[in-house]
Design a protein around this ligand. Sequence first.
Ligand SMILES: *[C@@H]1O[C@H](CO)[C@@H](O)[C@H](O)[C@H]1NC(C)=O
Ligand SMILES: *[C@@H]1O[C@H](CO)[C@@H](O)[C@H](O)[C@H]1NC(C)=O
Ligand SMILES: *[C@@H]1O[C@H](CO)[C@@H](O)[C@H](O)[C@H]1NC(C)=O
Ligand SMILES: *[C@@H]1O[C@H](CO)[C@@H](O)[C@H](O)[C@H]1NC(C)=O
Ligand SMILES: *[C@@H]1O[C@H](CO)[C@@H](O)[C@H](O)[C@H]1NC(C)=O
Ligand SMILES: *[C@@H]1O[C@H](CO)[C@@H](O)[C@H](O)[C@H]1NC(C)=O
Ligand SMILES: *[C@@H]1O[C@H](CO)[C@@H](O)[C@H](O)[C@H]1NC(C)=O
Length: 403
Amino acid sequence: MKTWALFLFFLVPCVEAELCYNGGTFDGTKCICDEDLYYGPQCEFLVQETLNGTVTTSITSSALSGEISTSPTHPAGTRTTPHPTIPISTTSTAFTTTTSQLCYNGGIFEGTKCICDKDLYYGPKCEFLQDEISVTELSVTITVEARVRVTNREFKKSLEDLNSSYSREIHAQFKKQMKVVYGGVPGYRDVEILRMRNGSIIVEHKIISQVLIWNNEEIIPHIMEIITEAVIHALKNIHTEGECIEPSGPELCFVSLPNSILNANYSLNDTCKNISGVKYAEYYYPHITNGTVRCVSRCFSGIQDSINCFNGVCRVSEIGPHCICDNLDMFWYLNNYCQFPIQKIVLGLSLALAVFFVISIILVICLIEAKHKSKAKRKKSRKSWSDNADCDKMGQRNPVFPE
Ligand SMILES: *[C@@H]1O[C@H](CO)[C@@H](O)[C@H](O)[C@H]1NC(C)=O
Ligand SMILES: *[C@@H]1O[C@H](CO)[C@@H](O)[C@H](O)[C@H]1NC(C)=O
Ligand SMILES: *[C@@H]1O[C@H](CO)[C@@H](O)[C@H](O)[C@H]1NC(C)=O
Ligand SMILES: *[C@@H]1O[C@H](CO)[C@@H](O)[C@H](O)[C@H]1NC(C)=O
Ligand SMILES: *[C@@H]1O[C@H](CO)[C@@H](O)[C@H](O)[C@H]1NC(C)=O
Ligand SMILES: *[C@@H]1O[C@H](CO)[C@@H](O)[C@H](O)[C@H]1NC(C)=O
Ligand SMILES: *[C@@H]1O[C@H](CO)[C@@H](O)[C@H](O)[C@H]1NC(C)=O
């Protein structure tokens, strides 16, 4: 049994390496596919990107079939589980002749290479995104937290839960009236109730404004000040108590409170949403260097959660930031960050050594036993030679069984 466990242990990497289809290489934890053509955990799917090129036949996933076919890089018979694969032969001719003319992301093919939009993309096919993208405009979300008193509603316990029906009723009405009250606040978008307190009701809420400014971080505090001032101004004029003709009606009656502003803050979280299409937006976030905001990906070094690709390079593509490891033809890596390279030759060698070692041990055991037997045989010369044949059956030997 131990022999088999040992065998399996060494065999596992070999088996897994066979689990990438269509020429994908296994890097230790996942398959690295030829991204231009294939994707999926085992590179089993064809990229269906609409490419700007000369491909006329669109290849769809209906080309996937249940049959077991062997992709070019894998010798037949190594796979044990049937897997749907792409019948390559039917499509490869159409593809390989045109592959060189394909450019991603709006790149233009010019004779021999793709001309990319350099501010955003690079790579032989414009398939990679720059780690750092400059922006000219910032989309700044400014939130001001404030409070106001509503005089014509009774405070009930149910207002502590903002999801209660009474809360939601007040919320809806509050939003409606605040749209008018805060109409003069630059970039006003919305208002959200944060909590409600007893007295009659003190409504703490958040005013959300969004403004576009030139890329200069230093302006932001100034913009925040302007917006806070506008909120203070709006709340100063909110006294509707006397004008609440019908206090029991649907309209809320307001009275301003001293210290109406609780807090103000800003966020640039929308700034990088626009840079290179919705598709890539989530891979970028704002990073401020020397007062200028840039949209960076996790491939950008020098930020808190940048990716460290130990023996490789970091690239942003359609699948997001990831490491592309060096010398995949010679090494396996134990993780996605190209760490712990294992030379394929060494691995093969250690496997061979392990097998050799195991066989040697078995042989040594056999020899020792044979020696014992021959000693015994010399003592009882009548004993037949056939007992020594045990070593021929070493695979089936099981000492636990009572004879
Ligand atoms: C493809 O590239 C050509 C320029 O070579 C351009 O005129 C055309 O608009 C592009 N088509 C698409 C779908 O991007
Ligand atoms: C709200 O405050 C008033 C007066 O301070 C009190 O009588 C009432 O019980 C309070 N209501 C709740 C729900 O705590
Ligand atoms: C709020 O209540 C509705 C139903 O009344 C429920 O569907 C929703 O999940 C609740 N939301 C939260 C955040 O509790
Ligand atoms: C302002 O926002 C930042 C994150 O955007 C947060 O860390 C900080 O605590 C906020 N400040 C206040 C006063 O809410
Ligand atoms: C940006 O931040 C504001 C305030 O925190 C929030 O309301 C808004 O949903 C955020 N936008 C995105 C895209 O996360
Ligand atoms: C995206 O850019 C367009 C103009 O280029 C602008 O009108 C829009 O407000 C921007 N959206 C965001 C979320 O920044
Ligand atoms: C930021 O400013 C410092 C000096 O003030 C300079 O050394 C550095 O190169 C600047 N960085 C960028 C990205 O401009």
